[in-house]
Design a protein around this ligand. Structure first.
Ligand code: BG6
Length: 515
């Protein structure tokens, strides 16, 4: 194992992490994700001098496009979406390495054409390159792309283990347990597990990585991070946006597949996992899988079950009237797709038995905010328990994933004065005040890590299957009942009232995120 992959969280982003000479091929090159995230990420890596000296980027897509137009498309995507303004010199150095290859994903000849172009580049440079295939297409074409890469030999290009080709796969990784297993099987025919990088971009977010540092680089949290002290854990991923132009995809997906199965489950496993024996990718991923394995099957009932689903109706977001989900363009009249879901999960292990983990995610919520809130038990109310002088709350540690990244500790304190009154107060650590606000985007970290060969922040095959194991019975249950049991919430609110039930049953309450 290389030095860089042994210390993924400690080495950080620096040139010596050693990206190898790389040809990056993005399938879905003219798509939304490429435009909004991937090309700006390449640009920012280049600004930071983190791309390898020998670097080529081939955009692969179905649209006809000369190289010049693709470079123009790339320049515009940087102008519109990069976190840093376009620097003419950096772009001049980068753009000559961008080119476009037009082809259909189900056409083996198009892949042979790509292979020829790769061989030409290698001849021109008189050296081998690491090939990094980034699949950013709709999932319907994952299979032909992977199969063709295998069939024309690109999955095993070259004989140098150091430069072994890698494949990065965007979500959604399957739509249920069966399809995820099938996809794993297809990929495994052509790529070994160490060549496969399944993306969950939440793992590339700074605060998500910081969670492990907070937990395991401090001695004060770990002793109380268990069922003796923790009352419950609440993970919220709330968005203000609606489905926008993505109804075609979203209506087939819904909040459970789109956000809960991947992003919130990842936050849960990092919050709940045992300390890994080291920071190498397999040790960390082993611990994450163990947590998922310990999650109990969900109780599937309309009354008293472990899940709630709902759709947004018309409402006000930031004072602006927005339509309900059923009125969004492209949503079929028969739709019962949930735009919000909340789960109550039980982790049946030594550390967490009896501590509910509540997960929720929704579109068109009051604010865009993602956070993990670890809610501690109340102290015995002997001294400050009674009377209205004592406003005592449970301690809460909140890891604010976005926006306004940081950590807050809520505790009780004496109000100044001659009387003994108490009040909850907050201790804040803000990324922006401590480190400045221009932190790298998740995709910068993830593209760099895949080039380096560090798979820590990517999902292993067994991990994705475990998380589908938990979710799939619920998907089937909801499908069977259609609109029955589907709740509604007003756009701009914190979700349906019914979701409170999940917590009331345990005498808990949702926190107001951001507070
Ligand atoms: C994506 C989902 O994975 O994550 C989108 O498909 C969602 O529906 C997005 O909007 C949210 O990501 P972020 O980084 O903006 O929280």
């Amino acid at each position: 194992m290389s030095e860089s992959s042994r210390h993924p969280f400690l080495t950080g982003l620096s040139k010596h992490r050693g990206a190898k000479p790389t040809i990056l091929v993005i399938f879905g090159a003219s798509g939304d994700l490429t435009m909004r995230k991937l090309i700006p990420a390449l640009y920012n890596l280049s600004v930071d001098n983190l791309l390898p000296a020998d670097f080529k980027f081939i955009g692969f897509g179905r649209k006809q496009m000369p190289n010049e137009d693709f470079r123009e498309f790339s320049r515009k995507s940087i102008d519109d979406f990069s976190r840093r303004a376009m620097d003419a010199d950096t772009w001049a150095g980068l753009e000559s390495n961008f080119e476009y290859h037009c082809g259909a994903y189900d056409d083996l000849e198009a892949f042979k054409g790509l292979q020829n172009r790769i061989l030409e580049i290698e001849k021109e440079y008189n050296r081998r390159f690491q090939l990094l295939f980034y699949i950013s297409t709709p999932p319907s074409v994952f299979e032909p792309i992977i199969t063709h890469l295998g069939e024309c030999g690109l999955a095993n290009h070259g004989s140098d283990e150091e430069l072994i080709p890698k494949v990065v796969i965007e979500k959604p990784f399957g739509k249920d347990l069966e399809s995820a297993r099938a996809l794993n099987t297809i990929i495994a025919k052509h790529f070994r597990e160490e060549q496969i990088y399944r993306i969950d971009h939440y793992l590339g977010k700074e605060t998500v990585q910081d969670l492990l540092v907070q937990r395991f680089a401090n001695s004060i949290f770990e002793p109380i991070w268990n069922r003796e002290y923790v009352s419950n854990v609440q993970i919220t991923v709330a968005e203000q946006l609606g489905v926008g132009t993505r109804a075609g995809y979203y209506d087939q997906s819904g909040a459970l597949r789109d956000m809960i199965q991947n992003h919130t489950m990842q936050l849960l496993s990092l919050t709940a996992m045992e300390p890994p024996v080291s920071l190498d990718p397999e040790s960390i991923r082993d611990e994450k899988v163990k947590v998922l394995k310990a999650i109990q099957p969900l109780k599937l009932k309309h009354e008293g079950g472990d899940a709630i689903r709902a759709q947004y109706t018309e409402g006000l977001v930031e004072g602006k009237r927005v339509p309900g989900y059923m009125e969004e363009e492209g949503v079929p009249a028969s739709s019962f797709t949930e735009t919000y879901s909340a789960l109550r999960l039980s982790i049946n292990n030594w550390r967490w038995k009896g501590v509910p983990f509540y997960l929720r995610s929704g579109k068109r919520m009051a604010r865009r905010i993602s956070e993990i809130a670890v809610q501690f038990k109340q102290p015995p109310g002997i001294l400050f328990g009674e009377g209205n002088k004592y406003d005592i709350t449970s301690n809460v540690m909140v890891i604010r994933v976005q926006p306004d990244e940081g950590v807050t500790l809520i505790m009780n304190s004496k109000v100044p004065g001659l009387e003994t009154r108490t009040q909850p107060v907050k201790m804040h650590f803000n990324y922006s005040t401590t480190y400045g606000s221009n932190t790298p985007e998740a995709y910068e970290r993830l593209i760099l890590d895949s080039m380096i060969g560090d798979s820590t922040l990517f999902i292993r095959g067994d991990e994705t299957e475990e998380s589908w194991r938990i979710i799939t019975p619920l998907l089937d249950f909801w499908k069977e009942y259609g609109k029955t049991g589907l709740e509604h919430y007003t756009a701009g609110s914190w979700g349906p009232l019914a979701s409170e039930r999940l917590l009331w049953e345990n005498k808990h309450e949702w926190r107001r995120p951001g507070n």
